[in-house]
Design a protein around this ligand. Sequence first.
Ligand code: 1DF
Ligand code: MN
Length: 355
Amino acid sequence: MVNKEAADRTNGRGYLRIATEEAFAPASLLQTYLKLANEPGCDDPGFKSLWGFYAASPSARAQFIMNGLADLGAQRLAHMDAAGIDHQIIALTSPGVQVFDAPTGTSLAIEANDILADAVRAHPDRYTGMVAVAPQDPASAVKEMERGVRKLGFKAVILNGHTRGEYHDDPKFWPLFEAAEALDTPIYLHPNAPPKQMIEPFLEAGLDGAVYGFGVDTGLHMLRIICAGVFDRFPKLQFIIGHAGEALPFWLYRLDYMHAATLKSNRYPFMKQLAHPISHYLRNNIYITNSGVAWQPAIEFCQKIIGPERVMYAMDYPYQYVLDEVRLCDEMTIPSEHKKQFFQTNAERVFKLAL
Ligand code: 1DF
Ligand code: MN
C-alpha cells in the first residue's frame, strides 16, 4: 500500500531507511562477558580477544560501543535520527549466548529476548527484534524461537557463528532449521571470531576480528550449511548474511565449478550430491546485507549476482556508526527501484514489517 503519510516520512527521498544488522546487549550480559573473558579456564581465544578488549578498553571506540549496545532508549533513537535511520532490526550482539554452557545460555537468551521485546513494544515504529537462542540445547532453542516469533513478535532468528566450537551444519542443530522453516522466519547468520581450531594464524596477525576473521569464518559456515544439504532438506528456509555476503558472491563462479568437480571425482566419499549448484542456494535461500560495506561496487555486484530483491541495507550499529556511510549509500548511482528495494522494501518483505 502506498499511503501519502509514508511518502512524507521519507522527506521526499522516496524510501525509508531500514537497517537490518543492528546490535544490542543487556549491560549485565556485557559484564558477564568480561568475567568469562578473564577466566583462565575460558577455552575460546576468539571470545577472549573480542570481549576481553571491548568490555575493558578505555578507547573511545570501545566506550562508544559498550554504551551503544546497552541502550535501547533515547540515545539509540537520537543516533538513528542523526543518521536518518527510520527503523532498526535488532539482534543480541555476537556471540550472543552461544559461548556459555547450555543451561546458562538458555536462561540468558530468554532474559535478553525479554529485554529486547520490551524495547520493541515501547517503539514498534523504530525497532524490530530477532530471537536469540542457545543452540547448545537444540530442543530449548526451538522452544525459544517459537516463543520469540509467536509471543514476542520477533521477525528473525540470530545465530552468531559457531556454538562452542561447533558449526551448525551438524545434524544435531537441524531442528532449528526445521523450526525456522515452519515458522517462516529467516535466520541471520552473523559473524563471530573463528573457533579455537581455526583462529591461531588470524590471532597472531591481529586479523581475527571484524577486519577479516569474522568474514572468513562466516563465509565458511554458510558454505558448510549449503554443502551439508540443509536447503535440499528445508527448501523454503531463508538465511541472511551480512558484509556483502561475506565474500561468497565474489567466489561464486569458482565455488560452483570446484564443488561440482570435487564431487564428480569422488574425492570425499562423505560429500553430498546437492540438488542444485551452490549458486542456486545463494539466489533462492540467502539474503545479503551490506553491513560494514558502504561501498557501491560491492553492493552493485551483490545485486547483479543474486538479484536486487535479495540485497538489503545494514549499518551495524554501534560497531560502524558512520553518518557519511548513509550518505554514500543514498548517493549510489544505481536505478532508483534498486535503491528502494535495498533500503526499504526488501526488509519490509523479509521481516514482514508494516511500517
Ligand atoms: C565488530 C563488528 C563486532 C561486527 C561485532 O559484534 C559485530 C567489531 C561483536 O568491529 O569488533 O557485529 N560486525 O558485524 O561487523
Ligand atoms: Mn554485526
